[in-house]
Write a protein that binds this ligand. Structure first.
Ligand code: PLP
Length: 372
C-alpha cells in the first residue's frame, strides 16, 4: 500500500513504539498509586508532558492529557462557557473548523450560547474585517484552527488572538495538524493537539492552557490532571505521545524540507489539469487537496485500492456527504465530488509518491475518456 492519508492519521514512529513497549509489557503500575512503581509511571508521564509542552512551544501555561483532541476541543469550548462571566456568551468560529469544534458549538448554541460561524474566502482564509465586526464586549472565545485538516490552509492565528484579546476574549487554536509541522505562533490561550497526527499513538490528545485561561473541570472523578480531567492516566499513551512530540521537534526542519520536496514531486508527477483547493501560498504543503473537472473522486479511490488517499476529512469521506470545508470555499457539488486529498510526510518516499500520482493522473484521464 502507498499511504497518502497523513491528515487522517500518521504511521507510528519506531521511536514512539519503542518508548511505549515497556509500559505495555512490564510496567503496568497505576501512575496514581503511591508505590515505587506508581511513582516511576507518574514520573514518566511528567517527562512526556514536558515533551509535548516543549513541542507546542508556548510559554506561561500548563498541559493536561485527554483521550483525544476531540475531547480537548469539547473541554475547551464547554468549560470556557461554563466559567464565563454573565454577558459574555459569544463564540466566534469558522465554517471550515473540524466537527469537534462545530458540533460542540452547535451543542452550546442549543443551550443559549451566541455562536457566530464566519464564512471563509475562496482561498479558505478568514476575513479579518468580518471577524472585527463580530468582536465586542460580549465575545467570550474565538476558535480557529492553525492548519486545516482538509485543505491545509494556514490561518493567521497570532493576529486573530491579538484581535480577540483586544475585545477581552480568549482564543482557542486547534493545532492538531500543525504540531511538529509548523511553529505554533504566540497568542492562543488554549491549544488542542493529538498524538496520532504526529506519529504517536491513537487515543491520546492534550489541551494546553495559558495560566488563568483554564476551562472549568471537564471529567469528574479521581481528581487526576489537577482535578480538571479525572481518569487513570495511561503511561504508555503519554510516553508514546511524548516521544513522538520530541522527535517531531528534533526533526522539524528536516521533516519540513522533506515535505516541501514531496509537494514539488507530486505536482510534477500529477501533470496538468488539476486545480488546488484553498490558498496555494498560505498552506502546509503536506496537504495536497485538488480537483479535476469531470473526475469522480470516490471512483478513483475505488479504482486504486492499493493507494490510501481520501476525499476530504476521514469523517466526511465515510458519510458520502459533500465536505463542509469544500462547500465553505464555494465549490459546487460537482467540484467537491471531483476533489481528492493527498497527504504525505516524514515516511513518504519520493518514488512511491511519483508512482501513486502518476497512477492517479492516469486513472483520472481514463475516467474522462470513458465519460466522454
Ligand atoms: N482537529 C483536527 C484539525 C483534526 O484533523 C482532527 C482529527 O481528525 C481532530 C481535531 C480530532 O482529533 P482526534 O482524532 O485526536 O480526536
Amino acid at each position: 500500500m502507498i499511504y497518502l492519508d497523513y491528515q487522517a492519521t500518521t504511521p507510528v514512529a519506531p521511536e514512539a513504539a519503542a518508548a511505549m513497549q515497556p509500559w505495555i509489557e512490564e510496567k503496568f503500575a497505576n501512575p496514581h498509586s503511591p508505590s515505587r512503581w506508581g511513582h516511576e509511571a507518574d514520573a514518566a508521564i511528567e517527562v512526556a508532558r514536558n515533551q509535548v509542552e516543549s513541542a507546542i512551544g508556548l510559554k506561561g501555561g500548563s498541559l493536561a492529557f485527554t483521550g483525544s483532541a476531540t475531547e480537548a476541543l469539547n473541554w475547551a469550548l464547554k468549560g470556557t462557557v461554563e466559567k464565563a462571566k454573565p454577558g459574555r456568551n459569544r463564540i466566534i468560529t469558522l465554517a471550515t473548523e473540524h466537527a469537534a469544534v462545530l458540533d460542540s458549538c452547535g451543542w452550546l448554541a442549543e443551550r443559549g450560547a451566541d455562536v457566530h460561524i464566519l464564512p471563509v474566502g475562496k482561498d479558505g482564509l478568514i476575513d479579518l474585517e468580518l471577524l472585527a465586526g463580530q468582536l465586542d464586549e460580549r465575545t467570550l472565545l474565538v476558535a480557529v484552527m492553525l492548519i486545516n485538516n482538509e485543505i491545509g490552509v494556514l490561518q493567521p492565528v497570532s493576529e486573530i488572538a491579538r484581535m480577540a484579546h483586544k475585545a477581552g476574549a480568549l482564543m482557542l487554536c486547534d493545532a492538531v495538524q500543525a504540531l511538529g509541522r509548523v511553529d505554533i505562533p504566540a497568542g492562543p490561550d488554549l491549544v488542542a493537539v493529538s498524538g496520532h497526527k504526529i506519529h504517536g499513538p491513537k487515543g491520546i490528545g492534550a489541551l494546553w492552557m495559558k495560566k488563568g485561561a483554564e476551562p472549568a473541570p471537564f471529567v469528574h472523578g479521581g481528581g487526576q490532571e489537577r482535578g480538571m480531567r479525572s481518569g487513570t492516566q495511561s503511561p504508555q499513551l503519554c510516553v508514546g505521545f511524548g516521544a513522538a512530540a520530541k522527535l517531531a521537534q528534533d526533526r522539524a526542519d528536516k521533516d519540513f524540507d522533506h515535505v516541501q520536496n514531496l509537494w514539488a514531486t507530486a505536482m510534477r508527477a500529477l501533470g496538468s489539469g488539476w486545480t488546488i483547493n484553498g490558498s496555494v501560498n498560505h498552506r502546509y504543503r503536506g496537504n495536497l487537496n485538488l480537483r479535476r473537472e469531470g473526475v469522480d473522486g470516490a471512483r478513483l479511490i475505488a479504482d486504486l485500492r492499493d493507494i490510501a488517499f481520501s476525499l476530504g476529512s476521514a469523517c466526511a469521506s465515510g458519510s458520502g456527504r459533500p465536505s463542509h470545508v469544500l462547500q465553505a470555499l464555494g465549490l459546487n457539488y460537482r467540484e467537491a465530488r471531483s476533489s481528492l486529498r493527498l497527504g504525505f510526510g516524514r515516511y513518504t518516499k519520493p518514488a512511491e509518491l511519483v508512482d501513486a500520482c502518476q497512477r492517479i493522473a492516469a486513472a483520472a484521464r481514463e475516467q474522462e475518456k470513458l465519460d466522454a
